[in-house]
Design a protein around this ligand. Structure first.
Ligand SMILES: Nc1ncnc2c1ncn2[C@@H]1O[C@H](COP(=O)(O)OP(=O)(O)OP(=O)(O)O)[C@@H](O)[C@H]1O
Length: 270
């Protein structure tokens, strides 16, 4: 059996707590556990949801999983290899194949460039790193291809980020993440700021992309109703720990923990 695409082994994150004079006192600087020792495996093709209230540690876990933040303890493995042990070629493949998409899509886009340029800069960087010699025309074609995949009309490629709606900006953020043909997308509160009908559109798009491109998702949300629409499996976080995990159907119909019951009770039923 092949190794999971991504694996966290005993990963934990502590932050110093306390500042000012208290921190100078012996024993005054305590540590706060943002993430207690956590194991997590994401097999290729999975759509795994991570739910929990604000402050439960979801983003801390996601950032460590993406290699954006170093764990205080434990190890992250990509396709079976510890991140620290990846050689240069494997590291550059990992950077391309794992993409993190943030909640606030508009803020993540350079306001001074049109969308096509924003995507072009990312693509040029990816191809340069891979020593890919393809020319400007090929770059243009790849951008058009990805824009089509995410349902972004050509007209929108000529707009500046501030001229985009929230849903359009999310599509640009997803398009940018797709440029390098990733395997795993880490989607952090991607649809939280959108109204319900736009949420549904983006979730449908993510479902289609998963089927068409064989993508794997780690999908983070405080809202179980959103996770339910996209994920096969759910991990529930509370106080820096995964307290419960199971298939989405199991979690929704038969939650074990009272904390999970409360999240389930908040899911609107038609
Ligand atoms: N850089 C930091 N320094 C100190 N404490 C931090 C830092 N980042 C996160 N924390 C703390 O770690 C805990 C977990 O935060 P985290 O952002 O991972 O939760 P979350 O579930 O993603 O919540 P949210 O949805 O509000 O972002 C919180 O108590 C938070 O205050």
């Amino acid at each position: 059996m092949s190794a999971p695409l991504l694996e966290l082994l005993g990963v934990a994150k502590l932050y110093p707590r306390g500042s000012g004079l208290r921190a100078l006192w012996p024993g005054g600087r305590q540590q706060q556990t943002a993430l207690a020792s956590t194991d997590l495996a994401i097999p290729e093709g999975a759509a795994l949801g991570l739910v929990g209230e604000s402050g439960s540690g979801k983003t801390t876990l996601a950032r460590i999983a993406a290699g954006l933040s170093a764990p205080t303890r434990g190890e992250v493995r990509w396709q079976g290899s510890p991140l620290d042990a990846l050689d240069q070629a494997a590291r550059s493949a990992w950077r391309r194949e794992l993409q993190y998409v943030f909640q606030n899509a508009t803020a993540a886009l350079n306001p001074r460039h049109r969308v096509r340029r924003i995507l072009g800069i990312t693509l040029a960087g990816l191809w340069q790193e891979a020593a890919d010699q393809r020319d400007r025309r090929a770059r243009r074609e790849r951008i058009d291809e990805v824009a089509e995949q995410v349902g972004l009309g050509r007209v929108l490629l000529d707009r500046y980020p501030h001229q985009l709606s929230g849903g359009q900006a999310q599509r640009v953020a997803i398009a940018r993440a797709l440029l390098g043909a990733p395997k795993l997308l880490i989607l952090d509160e991607l649809v939280s700021a959108l109204d319900l009908s736009l949420q549904a559109q983006i979730l449908n798009l993510l479902g289609e992309l998963r089927r068409e491109l064989g993508l794997t998702y780690l999908f983070i949300s405080h809202d179980l109703a959103v996770v339910e629409r996209l994920c096969d499996e759910v991990h529930v976080m509370h106080d820096g720990r995964i307290i419960e995990q199971g298939t989405t159907a199991q979690i929704l119909s038969n939650p074990r923990e009272s904390y999970t019951e409360r999240l389930v009770a908040a899911v609107p039923r038609l």
